[in-house]
Design a protein around this ligand. Structure first.
Ligand SMILES: Cc1cc2nc3c(=O)[nH]c(=O)nc-3n(C[C@H](O)[C@H](O)[C@H](O)COP(=O)(O)OP(=O)(O)OC[C@H]3O[C@@H](n4cnc5c(N)ncnc54)[C@H](O)[C@@H]3O)c2cc1C
Length: 236
């Protein structure tokens, strides 16, 4: 029934577009055509610009807030398919409505590629968050991970984790010495303790960003309480 209704919608839509090009039929950026097509296909988790829940759906996983502001082009709609069939329908419906698809997995794209656009063309965000299945076939040594899965789903995370950041400004030589020490220490840490190093001038974590001085920031994540993390670091 869903497939038939969708087919009927697409045929009608084709006629409507041919008859109405230039007549403003898709004046709402194609959102109404998109939602009608989705409804015909039985896809429910969709919000359009201006409707309640739109801001929450769009902002759910935006990592670069520069593209979350009012000035950034916004999608006509955000849809989160609950199954592969719904995903296929979302892509087909977007095409039929003349919307460019922005596919979003975790929303980590620095450039905002999964939730905004530069060329101002009308678009819809297809959010894959609900497609987060993980299937492991130990006998074959394979795993199938859907695009919406997050790291926490791939690895059991304890109730309490420890995160820390330490910024150390200094001369190029002193920063180089710290990085050299990190290069010796980091590979010897247990897998539960991850420490990264960022080197640069004016790092966001630096206490004095106005000067051009170089600094290094160590960021750590330990899958456990802080006293354990401290004990491990003290023993290195
Ligand atoms: C704070 C931060 C730290 C980062 N650290 C690292 C790092 O250590 N190492 C590293 O390699 N990268 C890093 N990145 C970059 C990040 O991993 C990439 O931007 C990556 O694309 C993020 O994946 P995503 O699924 O969240 O992408 P999204 O933002 O969801 O999408 C990125 C692009 O891929 C497309 N896309 C998304 N899902 C699919 C899909 N299923 N099929 C086809 N296209 C798809 C989107 O449309 C978009 O164009 C970091 C980013 C941030 C913001």
């Amino acid at each position: 029934m869903g497939a038939l209704a969708l087919l009927l919608f697409l045929v009608l839509r084709l006629f409507a577009v041919q008859a109405g090009v230039g007549a403003g039929i898709v004046g709402d950026d194609g959102a109404s055509c998109f939602t009608a097509c989705l409804a015909a296909a039985g896809v429910r988790n969709v919000t359009t610009r201006g409707s309640p829940g739109y801001g929450a759906a769009l902002g759910a996983s935006i990592q670069n807030l520069r593209f979350a502001g009012a000035g950034a082009p916004k999608p006509a709609a955000v849809v989160a398919p609950a199954s592969l069939e719904e995903l296929r329908a979302a892509v087909r419906c977007a095409r039929a409505a003349g919307l460019v698809v922005r596919l979003r997995s975790g929303g980590h794209s620095y450039e905002g590629l999964s939730y905004t656009t530069e060329d101002r063309s009308a678009f819809a965000v297809v959010d894959l968050a609900a497609l987060d299945g993980v299937r492991v076939d130990a006998s074959r040594g394979t795993a199938w991970v859907e695009a919406g899965a997050t790291l926490g789903q791939l690895r059991p995370v304890p109730e309490r984790v420890t995160a820390f950041a330490a910024n150390r400004p200094g001369s190029a030589e002193s920063v180089a010495r710290l990085v050299s020490a990190w290069q010796r220490v980091a590979p010897r840490l247990p897998v539960e303790l991850y420490v990264s190093a960022f080197v640069g001038a004016g790092l966001p974590e630096s206490s004095n960003r106005t000067t051009a001085g170089v600094s290094v920031t160590f960021k750590g994540l330990y899958l456990g309480p802080s006293h354990e993390a401290l004990r491990i670091l003290a023993g290195i």
